[in-house]
Design a protein around this ligand. Structure first.
Ligand SMILES: Cc1cc2nc3c(=O)[nH]c(=O)nc-3n(C[C@H](O)[C@H](O)[C@H](O)COP(=O)(O)O)c2cc1C
Length: 207
């Protein structure tokens, strides 16, 4: 006697959901950068994209990369400093998208963001042509105090993001930058750009 069973394709939520990590490099949880990030997050399709938000300033302490190369000598590619950033790095490696949100301090991204960037990208690099982050998508949000991208020094941060992305073969899917001031119309324009980035992320990640 033959027994005919039904074959089900079980698709778990984990298979459908995409993962994104947003790393807030500003020490101000309610500052300009966070405001821009919230606008972007408000447009994200939360049913299909699981977003993990990490505030670097809330991590206990962040050591700076010392170039010891320990991360190159172990299979897990973990940094020798087990200070909480390792969990963030592991999270980013599992993500389809990384969003970096940072303020400009002295004509480049602030040092908290730089510490994260050094640790993430150095530990994920296998050699010049291979990287554990290769092919991931990245988006960037930046705020500054001065009036434009040149005078503020955001141009330097932009150049760095372009250089890093090229080196690691990350795909930049959007960058939003600007300053919040007294002009409410300008502020709204900036927030709208961030919302549009959220919509772009939905399209790019779920495509
Ligand atoms: C230490 C420090 C350095 C700064 N350097 C710059 C700068 O070089 N260019 C600029 O346009 N704004 C500069 N700013 C202003 C900040 O980039 C701006 O206020 C930003 O929106 C702050 O973001 P937050 O509210 O998330 O902290 C600086 C602010 C601080 C505290």
């Amino acid at each position: 006697m033959h027994c005919y069973g039904h074959a089900f394709n079980v698709v778990s939520l984990g298979d459908i959901m995409k993962n994104a990590t947003i790393v807030l490099g500003s020490p101000n949880a309610k500052g300009n950068t966070a405001r821009l990030a919230e606008a972007m997050l408000s447009a994200i399709d939360n049913e299909s994209i699981s977003i993990r938000k990490i505030e670097l300033s809330k991590l206990k302490r962040i050591n700076h990369c010392v170039g010891c190369d320990s991360c190159k000598k172990n299979e897990t590619r973990k940094c020798v400093f087990d200070d909480g950033l390792n969990d963030v790095i592991a999270e980013v490696r599992k993500s389809d998208l990384l969003v970096i949100a940072c303020p400009i301090y002295f004509f480049n991204f602030n040092s908290l963001t730089k510490a994260f960037i050094d640790r993430l990208f150095y530990s994920s690099e296998i050699n010049n042509n291979e990287n554990l982050l290769r092919g991931k998508k990245v988006a960037v949000l930046m705020t500054y105090g001065l009036t434009n991208v040149i005078d503020s020094g955001a141009k330097n941060a932009l150049q760095s993001f372009y250089d890093i992305s090229k080196f690691v073969s990350l795909e930049i899917i959007g960058i939003v930058y600007g300053s919040f001031g007294d002009d409410q119309e300008q502020n709204e324009l900036l927030l709208n750009k961030a919302k549009n980035l959220g919509k772009t992320i939905n399209k790019e990640i779920l495509a």
